[in-house]
Design a protein around this ligand. Structure first.
Ligand SMILES: [Zn+2]
Length: 77
């Protein structure tokens, strides 16, 4: 079975060997997670409406640290 990577649309084989499925790679997985995290942070505050919010850059190291923490919490429960 093949799926398309949600990030880059590349065809990905859905096999247990692919630990990043449905993504083609860790990079695409992290990018998708980064987008999710940005949506989570995009709560309209009402303040500074006229100020343009800076577009947060995806910091792979931050995301990797976040994943590592989540995995740690998961295994501790
Ligand atoms: Zn991809």
């Amino acid at each position: 079975m093949n799926v398309n990577c949600p990030t880059c649309k590349k065809t990905v084989e859905w096999v247990s060997d692919n630990q990043f499925r449905p993504f083609c790679s860790k990079r695409c997985q992290l990018i998708d997670l980064g987008q999710w995290a940005n949506e989570e942070n995009a709560i309209p505050s009402g303040a500074n409406k006229d100020a343009e919010a800076p577009v947060p850059e995806i910091d792979i190291e931050d995301i990797e640290a976040m994943i590592a923490k989540q995995e740690k919490d998961f295994f501790n429960n």
